[in-house]
Each structure stands twice: as C-alpha cells, then as structure tokens.
Design a protein around this ligand. Structure first.
Ligand SMILES: COc1ccc(C(=O)Nc2ccccc2)cc1NC(=O)CCSCc1cnc2[nH]ccc2c1
Length: 279
C-alpha cells in the first residue's frame, strides 16, 4: 500500500479539484470531503507567507471569529486544519462565483436586483454587528453568489471586534473607505483612528451606489478620492430613482452618528418596494 505523504494524509479527507482563485495570501480550490461527499472550497495559506506579512495572529483571530458565525448571507468557515507548512481553511463554496464579475458583465444592476442585494447585505451586517464584528472591507470583490442567487459576504481579511483601531495601513482600493478612516485624526493632531460598526454603513452606501451606477461614487485619482470621501462629495446620476438616491444620501454621511441605522435601511421605501416578503 503506498505510504500516504503528509500532503495526502491531511488532504486524504478531501479530493482537491480545480483552482477557484488566488487570494491575497493563498490559493483556493474546489474540494470534496470524502466521508460525506461534501463540496466546499479549500483555502491553502502558507505559514511562511503569513509570518512574513505578520498576519498569523490575525488568521487565528479570524478563524476564532468566523467559526462561530452562521448566517445565510455570510460565507461559512466550516473548519480548519494545518500541516507543517500550511494552514487549510474549509470554506463554503458559493456556486455562482464572484458578484463583481456579474456586476462588470451587467454594467450596472436593475433597481429590484440591487435592492434585493442591499436587503441581504443589511441582514448580514445586522447579524455581524450584533456579534460586535465589523467587516470593514465591504466591496463587490468580497461578495460571492450562492447557487440560489443569494449573496454571501466573505474574505474577512480585515474584520475586527468593535470598536476597532486601525494600526496596519490599508492597501488596495480607497473607494470604500469612510471619512473617519481616510481623514487624518480629529483635532489635536492625535491620530484618533477609532471607529465603530458605522464604517460598514458607509461601505453599504458605496456598494449600493456601485450596484446602481456601475462605478464607485468617489472614483478618482488617489488624492482626489481622499478629498471627495472626506466631504462625501459625489453626484448621483439622473437615471437613479429618487427613492434610491434618498437612501444613498442617508448612508454616505460624513458623520458616522448620522448614518441611517441598519434597522431603518431594511424599512426604507426603496428596499421595501422591491423586496417581496419572504423572497
Ligand atoms: C469566510 O471566508 C473567508 C474567511 C477567511 C479568509 C482568509 O483568507 N483570511 C485570512 C487569510 C490570511 C490572513 C488573514 C486573514 C478568506 C475567506 N474567504 C475567501 O477567501 C473568499 C474566497 S475563497 C472561497 C470561495 C467560495 N466559493 C467560490 N465560488 C467561486 C469562487 C469561490 C471562492
């Protein structure tokens, strides 16, 4: 009988299939867990890479946070295991792939479709915020689509327990960052970068805008994007309905305290109008 190598030993439980994508830190494969014929996504993280990027603690915290989350619109982390060199995350497989690909293909979403997605996002964020988890990186690239068309927030590479205080610099797009995370700290020069769950309300507004318009509201050169975010300086095109425009303006508010709470987002006329009960 061939001696199983450490690789097959750990992966023996899984039949590894086609690559699903490459994340910041790891590759993801379609996989089937043999015992129960269970299809999932297997994310492979290399310990050396995590050590070099000094994110091992973050991964551990993330695994601890995520293992306790269970919501239809939050991508499930079923479990994890590791061998000498790698950490394996056993993730839910979203059958219809990445939302941003659907958005790029469609250009922009119809208002009913966008409203359905915003209602699901609000439901997922209410769940996360009740558990004092801030996502902090809501954008189309971090949303996957399940086999029934339902959306799933994922890639919590930046999630923290509220209130958070950013230490690591932000990399990647600025488009979704709220004023309190791009603006130098409030008066007194002290870099007061504390923020709370309301950062996700701002990002929900940016996401809604991008669903309806096909591009982010503050898209510009980095310097201009900073300035426009800090002032919530954006224009909503005329083809966007007045109700949708109203909700966007109630989320993209510079002062976090004045952003529309999630309970009121799901009761907003634009969301209610397009969401048939129980859909
Ligand atoms: C809950 O989810 C996650 C939890 C944690 C991490 C993570 O990497 N954490 C980390 C890593 C290193 C340093 C710090 C933190 C990633 C995810 N999620 C994804 O990466 C989504 C795409 S992988 C799954 C998946 C499913 N279904 C698909 N359908 C088509 C493609 C596809 C792809």
């Amino acid at each position: 009988i061939p001696q199983p190598s450490p690789k097959t030993l750990h992966l023996g439980l899984f039949e590894v299939g086609k690559p699903l994508g490459k994340g910041k830190f790891g590759r993801v494969y379609l996989a089937r867990e043999r015992q129960h014929n269970f299809i999932c996504a297997l994310k492979v993280l290399h310990k050396t890479e995590l050590q070099q990027a000094r994110v091992e603690k973050q991964v551990r915290r993330e695994i601890e946070i995520q293992s306790n989350l269970c919501h239809p619109n939050v991508l499930k982390l079923y479990g994890h295991f590791h061998d000498s060199k790698r950490i394996f995350l056993v993730l839910e497989f979203a059958g219809r792939g990445e939302l941003y690909k659907h958005l790029r293909k469609a250009g922009r979403f119809s208002e009913p479709r966008a409203a359905g997605y915003i209602a699901q996002m609000a439901s997922a964020l209410r769940y996360l915020h009740r558990k004092h988890v801030i996502h902090r990186d809501i954008k189309p690239e971090n949303i996957l689509v399940g086999i029934h068309g339902e959306i799933k927030i994922s890639d919590f590479g930046w999630s923290v327990h509220a209130p958070g205080n950013r230490r690591t610099t932000i990399c990647g797009t600025l488009d979704y960052l709220p004023p309190e995370m791009v603006k130098p700290g409030g008066g007194g020069g002290s870099e007061d970068r504390s923020y709370d769950e309301k950062v996700d309300l701002w990002s929900l507004g940016v996401l809604m805008y991008e669903f309806l318009v096909g591009e982010a509201p503050f898209e510009d050169t980095p310097v201009m994007t900073h300035r426009r975010i800090a002032r919530a300086d954006m224009t909503v095109p005329a083809f966007v309905s007045p109700e949708a425009k109203d909700l966007i303006h109630k989320l993209l508010v510079v002062d976090p305290k004045n952003r529309l709470p999630l309970e009121q987002v799901v009761q907003h006329p634009w969301v209610v109008k397009h969401c048939v009960k129980g859909e």
